[in-house]
Design a protein around this ligand. Structure first.
Ligand SMILES: NC(=O)c1ccc[n+]([C@@H]2O[C@H](COP(=O)([O-])OP(=O)(O)OC[C@H]3O[C@@H](n4cnc5c(N)ncnc54)[C@H](OP(=O)(O)O)[C@@H]3O)[C@@H](O)[C@H]2O)c1
Length: 213
């Protein structure tokens, strides 16, 4: 599969390595341009190509957004139409600047991302695992009890595609609902955020968590 990744830092770089190992073609971008990514490109081998953000968005059948949430309106407009977008981002007001709607829980960061990428199908995933765990806990043998990754989104088919990618790179996808309902259940401050849980443990935690009104 062709996978674009916007953001080449801790999460974007780790996912690029996993997807390339799984045999996908990856186009990766940062904010400063592809010439600043030659070292990463060389390190990750022939399946990873350094490109601009627009090229990364246009390359992928699936595009990962792995940037500080506060920069989400910088994403190249119109480039994501028809695509599945994996949103790894989290809202951290100290880093991203305060937003009144998020501070009063009137919406979620993933719903805001979906609003600026209307032709795409946003799936929230990989936001609730630290990058070093993402790098080190992959179990590609499909072993029982491997770490679960919560997945939320409004499009069932898009969640299935993302779930298959998660399984391929060595984790257990768990569908936790829509962007609004599910997304709230694995964002910062929740009981499952960055906690090492297998699928059963994740479901148990989510069942005991308070539901959004
Ligand atoms: N770190 C974690 O363990 C972790 C875990 C789960 C989720 N997350 C979330 O995932 C997102 C990425 O986190 P990270 O830790 O990977 O961040 P990071 O290491 O700081 O990397 C951020 C990347 O985003 C790029 N970027 C920033 N603005 C951009 C723009 N307008 N267009 C294109 N690229 C842009 C940066 O490019 P430059 O290098 O050119 O500045 C950099 O490559 C955040 O929302 C974070 O909250 C992080």
């Amino acid at each position: 599969m062709h996978i674009g990744i916007i953001g080449s830092g801790k999460i974007g770089g780790t996912l690029a390595a996993h997807f390339a190992t799984a045999g996908h073609e990856v186009a990766i971008a940062n904010s400063r341009g592809p010439e600043t990514l030659r070292e990463l490109e060389a390190e990750l081998g022939g399946h990873v190509h350094a490109v601009t953000a627009r090229e990364a968005a246009e390359f992928g059948e699936v595009t990962v957004v792995a940037i500080p949430f506060g920069r989400y309106t910088d994403l190249p407009s119109g480039a994501f139409d028809g695509q599945i977008v994996i949103d790894t981002c989290n809202y951290y007001p100290d880093r991203d600047g305060h937003r009144a709607d998020l501070d009063r829980d009137a919406t979620t960061s993933s719903e805001l991302l979906q609003e600026v990428l209307p032709g795409s199908r946003v799936v929230k995933a990989f936001n609730a695992i630290r990058f070093d765990d993402l790098r080190e806990q992959a179990r590609r043998d499909g072993a029982q009890g491997r770490r679960a990754i919560p997945v939320s989104g409004d499009d069932a088919e898009a969640k299935t595609v993302v779930g298959a990618l998660i399984d391929q790179i060595g984790f257990e996808p768990v569908d936790v609902g829509t962007l609004a309902e599910g997304g709230r259940r694995h964002q910062p401050g929740t009981a499952v955020y960055t906690v090492d849980l297998n699928a059963q443990q994740l479901r148990e935690q989510l069942e005991s968590a308070p539901k959004h009104p």
